[in-house]
Design a binder for this molecule. Structure first.
Ligand SMILES: C[S@@+](CC[C@H](N)C(=O)[O-])C[C@H]1O[C@@H](n2cnc3c(N)ncnc32)[C@H](O)[C@@H]1O
Length: 305
């Protein structure tokens, strides 16, 4: 760490410890960390410092930078970093467009910028507006840049939607995103309750806008550690990337968690990219598993607890 670097008392995401100093009890602001604070809610000019692992998506990144610059006190430092090929190479240009002073260094394939306000208020307002929630016609849902497949229908989800049966009883949508799968399940009046679960605060907020139904419950939580139990059915298009890197264990943990949350005889309906190795985990966690469809690079599984 350079001598000018400070230990930050606020953090967004999980920047590498060797690149930026973050206090052990730092306040977390990432929307991907259930229970974290929201930069949107911070009083302008009130934070003393912030270390940010910037998101890879350009609109989402500029939105997060704008919120951070608005939240920081005039003399406070924003330490923002990202891998060079995941937005890091664009940080300097973006900070210039916000009109703030900054230094830049390159280490461990990252670009690390240390910035100070004041930033240009009109540039801040424009980036916040560009990254805000909006109704997306192409998806037919409320959405926000940064949420999974925010401006296009995911083909895997579309395939699962085409095969869903009419459910009954108590259910859940694990990794609900904008809420399309759970919303379709709620079309059956026999469904009594449905829990929309996602680790992304923005996804849960959008799902709550998209599904106005007294039977729906919205949980900003890690689906691998939910205490839901005795469910009749679960629908899921599980994630298989963590911080932009393929992680097969994530989807496998969703399957094991779903098996724990279902009652005996309850069913998991799951879509997966064809290359993902879920069969053995499904077999081990469930009594009966069948492949309901396999097309367009995706598989639909039905597994019975
Ligand atoms: C492949 S997307 C599916 C989204 C939505 N169900 C759909 O079909 O469009 C996976 C979702 O899982 C969420 N997610 C990732 N890790 C999670 C976790 N540990 N617990 C809950 N949700 C998670 C992501 O935020 C994302 O919304």
């Amino acid at each position: 760490m350079s001598e000018t670097a400070k230990v930050c008392e606020n953090v967004f995401g999980a920047p590498l410890a060797e690149l930026v100093g973050v206090s052990a009890d730092a306040v977390q602001f990432s929307p991907l960390a259930p229970g974290a604070q929201a930069l949107e809610d911070v009083a302008p000019g009130s934070l003393g410092s912030l270390a940010m692992l910037a998101p890879a998506g350009a609109i989402e990144r500029r939105y997060a930078l704008a919120l951070a610059l608005r939240a920081l006190a005039p003399d406070a430092q924003l330490t923002v970093l990202a891998p060079k090929d995941k937005g890091g190479a664009r940080l300097a240009k973006e900070l210039s467009e916000f009109g703030c002073a900054f230094t830049e260094e390159a280490r461990r394939h990252h670009r690390i910028c240390r910035a100070h306000g004041p930033a240009e208020p009109s540039a801040i307002a424009a980036a916040i507006e560009a990254g805000a929630p909006r109704f997306v016609e192409a998806v037919g849902l409320w959405s926000q840049p940064g949420v999974f497949s925010w401006n296009r229908v995911d083909p895997g989800s579309a395939l699962l939607l085409a095969h869903l049966p009419r459910f009954a009883g108590r259910g859940a949508d694990f990794g609900c995103g904008l809420g399309a799968l759970g919303k379709a399940a709620l079309a059956a009046p026999q469904v009594a309750t449905l829990a929309f679960v996602d680790a992304d605060r923005r996804a849960v907020a959008m799902a709550a806008r998209n599904v106005v139904d007294p039977r729906a419950q919205f949980l900003w939580a890690d689906a691998r550690r939910t205490d839901l139990a005795g469910l009749d059915f679960i629908v899921s298009n599980p994630p298989f990337h963590e911080a932009g890197v393929e992680d097969r264990q994530l989807g496998q943990s969703f399957i094991q968690s779903a098996a724990r949350a279902l009652r005996k005889g309850g069913a998991l309906w799951l879509v997966a990219n064809r290359h993902l190795p879920y069969e053995a985990v499904l077999q081990a966690a469930f009594g009966r598993t069948e492949t309901v469809a396999s097309e367009g690079g995706y598989k639909i599984f039905r597994a019975q607890a």
